[in-house]
Design a protein around this ligand. Structure first.
Ligand code: 13P
Length: 342
């Protein structure tokens, strides 16, 4: 193995090390503004820096978190004491990751569907990100469920872009975190989500193969198989766990080093309970199942902080609690009692 290949293998394994997961703090400027609007905080560069400092420096986070995904701006920011964020993370034993896509845009000719952009110039950007300390990179594709959608055209276009990005990452010695997200916002039942997720994952893995992406150095970040948010009948924790695992077994090659989930709008506690249920009864799975949550890790912390520097420590404690609960869920050792005790 070349040094670069060896390092990618080590990075991928470390990302999903036992009891560890990823903290996603890579919100783009429009998305972080949406989050700050919920706590009436203005999205200035300094407020974003202060909030991300809180998340990155939370003491003890390194026991549960293997890596954090940053946004371009954040990778270049520093603590109030002037230490670059990637350096802080590396000193704590947390790997810096970077979101490299340029967002989901309307897909021409396919009303209601999106395609993720950002391939132009990506080779140069990856080289710079690597120099800044990034060891893995994320690209998110969005698949929407609705009347007669998702279409093949949308799934194929997104899978192709994911595969092109993943191949460029590996060329640069960066582990791709390939993220096809089937949204949970519609009124569909869980079986429609199963169908859309299965079709999406099959198409994505075919595309990865066509673009010569080494699956041994790739991490999948995906949605759970869930009822749509607006569906009157909500599948229970056991059904979600069972259908998600079945869908993954039917679509994801065993050579992948690990799978992590996004939270996608689930409540913080439900996202933890679902992950726990999957890990409680599934000793023989070919890959570790872990978390790479944004909202489900951050929400309690964001609310506690509320833009007030005096709440810095309490907000870090709120984050740490969610990190610990999800770490236990990776081991199938989480229980509701931990929420009451908090
Ligand atoms: P959520 O967990 O909030 O869905 O975010 C994860 C993520 O990184 C989406 O790209």
């Amino acid at each position: 193995m070349s040094d670069m290949t060896e390092q990618m293998a080590q990075t991928a394994a470390a990302m999903v090390a036992e009891g560890k997961g990823i903290l996603a703090i890579d919100e783009s400027l429009p998305t972080i503004k949406k989050r700050f609007d919920t706590i009436n905080v203005e999205s200035t560069e300094e407020n974003r820096r202060a909030y991300r400092e809180l998340l990155i420096t939370a003491p003890g986070g390194e026991d549960f978190i293997s890596g954090m995904i940053l946004f371009d701006e954040t990778l270049r920011q520093k603590t109030r004491d002037g230490v670059p964020f990637p350096q802080v993370m590396i000193e704590k034993g947390i790997m810096p990751g970077i979101k490299v896509d340029k967002g989901a845009k309307d897909l021409a000719g396919r009303p209601g569907e999106k395609v993720t952009e950002g391939l132009d110039g990506l080779r140069d950007r990856l080289a710079e990100y690597r120099d800044l300390g990034a060891r893995f990179a994320k690209w998110r594709a969005v698949i929407t469920i609705g009347d007669h959608i998702p279409t093949n055209g949308c799934i194929e276009a997104n899978a192709h872009a994911l595969a092109r990005y993943a191949a460029l990452c590996q060329e640069a010695g960066i582990v791709p975190m390939v993220e096809p997200e089937v949204l949970m916002d519609a009124d569909n039942d869980i079986d429609v989500c199963y169908w859309a997720t299965e079709k999406t994952l099959r198409t994505v893995f075919n595309a990865l193969c066509d673009q010569a992406v080494a699956l041994e150095h790739t991490i999948l970040k995906t949605n759970m198989v869930l009822s749509g948010k607006k569906c009157p009948v909500q599948a229970g924790v056991q059904e979600v766990a069972e259908k998600t695992v079945r869908c993954l077994l039917n679509t994801v090659p065993a050579s992948l080093p690990g799978i992590v989930f996004l939270s996608g709008g689930q409540s913080a506690t439900l996202a933890t309970a679902h992950l726990n249920e999957m890990n409680r009864n599934n000793d023989g799975l070919p890959w570790p199942l872990s978390f790479s949550y944004g909202r489900a890790l951050q929400e309690p912390s964001l609310k506690t902080w509320a833009g007030n520097p005096e709440n810095f420590g309490a907000a870090q404690a709120a984050l740490l609690h969610r990190e610990k609960c999800n770490s236990l869920a990776c081991l199938g050792q989480y229980s509701d009692a931990l929420e009451e005790a908090a």
